[in-house]
Write a protein that binds this ligand. Structure first.
Ligand SMILES: NC(=O)c1ccc[n+]([C@@H]2O[C@H](COP(=O)([O-])OP(=O)(O)OC[C@H]3O[C@@H](n4cnc5c(N)ncnc54)[C@H](OP(=O)(O)O)[C@@H]3O)[C@@H](O)[C@H]2O)c1
Length: 336
């Protein structure tokens, strides 16, 4: 639980038993919980969708075994291995989840893989196909390409036959982005990002996926080709890598974040789109159709496992610290 937003000491453990699941819910004995960048923002009290909800159990995804089912929960039974996504409450040893946000865990997956799948892959799918209208053959630049969502994006781009350029912030991440399918990897800690991007795609990019915010947004827009689309889905560069809230930096970065001019965008033939799936959570058709496609690709062997760093459940603060450092590759999970 996060009783009050704060630093790494904000976590508290609550032993109160949970109630029985509602009619359309499934109760899961959780075996692993995925950690996402959004959890950091939730812990600090900066996540708009969590405002007014504290004390709050954080966590957006999990895997485990079904313990009990509601009367109208559909085709699940106690003992089934499942994974799912929740609108908070995923960092728990047991939870009640709406049945439509749960999927059977594929036989070949362990619980860690199940806990690390839903958020990154549904985000990547939604970004590329529901918002970005990505077409085969397009050249796509992916920022933070070795992270959770970044790796999922590269996997999906490889399946679709797109040329992807992955950008990473540390040399230790280059191999992971290459392995995930990037045709080129730009290590911005060692080489000038945009100079290299121009050498790779002199005419610009069809699609750029940017969850950095201020640090790259302006140049991402500039490096689109006519007809190109910039997808904004996060603002990670506003956060301190030490994991502390720095109000002056936040306000200063907010004020300097580019505002895109519709007159200019029309003349440039460029699109800027934003999305946050947390506000589309009730749109279950969208989630389920994305997951159908993803699980089909997985069954065909097209989705390799993402690198996962596990932490013991009670070391949640260490997992947050590692994610905030910007050094993590792939996904982080808490093992129950
Ligand atoms: N809108 C949505 O629906 C949605 C859904 C899921 C995730 N997201 C967003 O997508 C992004 C990736 O999420 P994720 O969970 O997969 O995280 P992640 O990519 O595994 O980790 C975050 C990465 O952001 C980069 N970064 C840039 N500035 C940073 C800073 N100041 N502090 C720490 N890291 C910084 C780092 O990579 P490099 O240094 O290599 O760039 C870091 O590894 C996040 O911004 C998240 O909020 C949005």
């Amino acid at each position: 639980m996060i009783r009050k937003p704060g630093g790494y000491g904000a976590f508290d453990f609550d032993d109160t038993p949970i109630p029985d699941p509602g009619d359309r819910e499934v109760q899961v004995a959780v075996r692993a919980c995925g950690i996402n960048f959004a959890d950091i923002s939730v812990r600090m009290g900066l996540y708009a969708a969590a405002r007014g909800m504290y004390p709050l159990c954080p966590g957006l995804e999990f895997s485990g075994e079904v313990r009990k089912t509601g009367r109208k929960a559909g085709d699940v039974a106690p003992g089934d291995r499942v994974f799912g996504a929740v609108r908070f409450g995923g960092c728990a040893t047991a939870l009640n989840c709406p049945a439509e946000h749960i999927w059977p865990l594929p036989d070949a997956w362990d619980f860690n893989r199940g806990a690390a799948f839903a958020v990154a892959y549904i985000t990547a799918f939604h970004a590329l196909y529901h918002v970005g209208h990505c077409r085969p053959g397009e050249t796509v630049l992916v920022h933070s390409a070795a992270g959770g969502v970044g790796t999922a994006l590269l996997h999906l781009l490889r399946i679709a036959g797109n040329l992807s350029v992955g950008v990473v912030g540390a040399s230790g991440k280059v191999a992971a982005a290459e392995k995930a399918g990037a045709a080129w990897v730009i290590d911005k800690s060692r080489e000038p990002l945009w100079q290299r991007a121009e050498a790779i795609a002199p005419d610009g990019f069809d699609l750029i996926l940017d969850a950095n915010g201020l640090s790259t947004l302006r140049e991402s827009y500039r490096h689109l080709k006519p007809g190109g689309r910039l997808l904004v889905y996060g603002f990670a560069s506003m956060f301190s890598r030490a994991g502390r809230k720095r109000p002056v930096k936040l306000v200063w970065d907010y004020l300097r974040t580019p505002r895109f001019n519709p007159f200019r965008m029309t003349g440039d033939n460029k699109t800027v789109s934003g999305f946050n799936l947390i506000y589309l959570f009730e749109n279950t058709d969208r989630f389920r159709s994305a997951m159908d496609a993803l699980l089909t690709w997985d069954a065909e062997g097209s989705l390799p496992p993402v690198p996962i760093t596990p932490f013991p459940f009670k070391k949640v603060a260490d997992a947050h610290r590692y994610m905030a450092s910007g050094k993590s590759v792939g996904k982080l999970v808490l093992e129950v």
